[in-house]
Ligand binder design. Structure first.
Ligand SMILES: Cc1cc2nc3c(=O)[nH]c(=O)nc-3n(C[C@H](O)[C@H](O)[C@H](O)COP(=O)(O)OP(=O)(O)OC[C@H]3O[C@@H](n4cnc5c(N)ncnc54)[C@H](O)[C@@H]3O)c2cc1C
Length: 449
């Protein structure tokens, strides 16, 4: 369907799926914003195909189209001026392979839907983000990550994926193929086409325990940086940058793992005696169980429970990656700006991510420390603050999270991705007509040709 020819004011059932206009005939607002509500999508319609064939037809029959997962990005990476295709109803499990330890799923499935299925059968994924609500396709496309010095981001679980190209052709993308489209395409930023399914590596299920420690002195962090961040399977530091301390250390351990931290004190921080929210002022009802209580991996690795609002709900987010070896220096550089940061800050989170092989991953061949900011929903203020943060992190060749807010210019970003020219060559070859281009990709990718 061409841009001018679709109808904005009615909703119609199409072959195998729904087409939702952005404005209903009764002027009731439809879903037209991202999760945070800071972005109204420009797309003039959204298709919601109910299966692979309908998805293929939808992609083939539109001139310009953009995949939409669960809408958790804070910037316009998932937007278009034309058509969005939602993967909401592409959420099925296709097959579980207990011999090669993999699961093949439709790309729109949320981690919170996939994880209990795996757990019931005795399996687990290697890691999860802070929330289980996001789609696997959207998360992997933007290099979404959890924490853990030995854990790669979520896309490192991808073994292969099925891609629908602009002409409706379907290709399987696997490691080792000519031109290395696998390493180029797993973190594809929605630029290759629409991923219909992914095969993910799984492992035997493992119980976990989560403990939170409060008020870690900054001095202890300085002296024991690597030890503290390596003290569990997944470790997060939450800080408001004030008072020369880290307000909370969340340690997620495999139950009974060697060296599991369970003491009352941890480098001068005290074990919490009740469940906490990372934002101290908020109650912990939405948070996963803490206090060292055993539970399945998928109810400990995310900070927030499925079925509850993650984080604050009213917020903006920005996140930056620096090489792990520069992590402490980078944190101290940010701490210098605490007076400017604090008025806009809800909370910061520090995590670690192992290196991977994906061209557009911020952790390409480089283990990273990520410095995240959950910020008040005040874009005018935040857009003045981000350049200050980015300037402090510049010496570390900082890269932003692809799904969050940033102001780093496109040419600077390009200079930090050595595989950017190969990525551009690849997406131009897979999508010669530019069907999956949008303003975000034009600005941050294609402009660097
Ligand atoms: C409360 C909150 C907490 C968060 N916590 C974390 C965290 O812990 N760690 C972290 O790294 N990030 C985190 N994020 C960011 C979030 O995980 C990413 O932005 C992720 O991309 C969201 O996935 P999505 O399904 O909502 O993608 P969308 O926003 O819908 O889309 C993202 C991109 O993926 C593309 N895409 C989606 N599906 C497909 C597909 N099937 N085929 C091809 N392209 C596709 C879209 O076109 C777009 O370019 C958080 C965000 C929120 C709101």
């Amino acid at each position: 369907m061409k841009r001018k020819s679709f109808i904005k004011t009615s909703s119609a059932v199409l072959a195998g799926g729904m087409i939702l206009p952005w404005t209903s005939c009764k002027n009731k607002p439809m879903i037209r914003k991202n999760w945070a509500g800071n972005l109204s999508y420009n797309a003039m319609e959204v298709h919601v195909p109910e299966g692979r064939n309908a998805l293929i037809e939808t992609v083939r029959d539109h001139d310009k189209i953009k995949a939409l997962g669960t809408r958790h990005c804070f910037n316009s990476i998932a937007d278009t001026n034309y058509t969005q295709v939602s993967t909401e109803k592409l959420n099925k499990i296709i097959s579980l392979n207990e011999v090669d330890l993999s699961i093949t799923i439709e790309s729109g499935i949320q981690y919170g839907q996939l994880a209990p299925y795996l757990e019931e059968r005795g399996y687990a994924l290697h890691n999860l983000a802070s929330l289980p609500h996001i789609s696997v396709g959207g998360a992997c496309s933007t290099a979404t990550h959890g924490s853990g010095v030995k854990n790669g981001n979520l896309s490192t679980a991808v073994r292969s994926f099925e891609l629908i190209k602009g002409d409706g052709d379907v290709i399987d993308v696997l490691p080792g193929q000519t031109d290395d489209w696998f390493n180029g395409g797993v973190v594809g930023l929605g630029g290759l086409g629409v991923i219909s399914s992914l095969k993910l590596a799984i492992q035997k299920s493992f119980p976990m325990r989560q403990r939170v420690y409060q008020n870690l002195p900054l001095e202890e962090l300085k002296n024991n940086f690597v030890a503290i961040l390596s003290s569990g399977y997944s470790v997060s530091l939450f800080t408001d940058w004030l008072n020369n301390e880290v307000s909370q250390v969340w340690i997620k351990s495999k139950s009974g793992q060697a060296g599991e931290v369970s003491s009352k004190e941890f480098y001068g921080a005290k074990a919490a005696t009740k469940n906490l929210h990372p934002i101290v002022a908020l109650g912990a009802e939405n948070c996963t169980e803490q206090l060292g209580i055993d539970g399945p991996w998928y109810e400990r690795m995310p900070h927030f429970k499925m079925g509850f609002t993650p984080s604050s709900g009213e917020e903006l987010q920005a996140e930056y990656f620096v090489p792990f070896e520069n992590g402490l220096e980078a944190m101290l550089a940010i701490e210098k700006q605490k007076e400017k940061i604090y008025p806009l800050l809800l909370i910061s989170e520090i995590r670690t991510i192992a290196a991977d092989s994906f061209w557009m991953s911020p952790c390409y061949q480089q283990p990273c420390l990520s410095i995240h900011f959950t910020l008040k929903p005040d874009w005018e203020g935040v857009k003045k603050l981000l350049p200050i943060i980015e300037r402090e992190l510049e010496p570390f060749r900082v890269k932003p999270h692809w799904g969050k807010l940033f102001t780093i210019p496109s040419n600077v970003l390009a200079s930090r991705y050595e595989k950017m020219p190969d990525f551009i060559k690849m997406i131009k070859s897979i999508d010669p007509g530019g069907k999956f281009r949008n303003d975000f990709l034009d600005t941050y990718i294609y402009s660097n040709e």
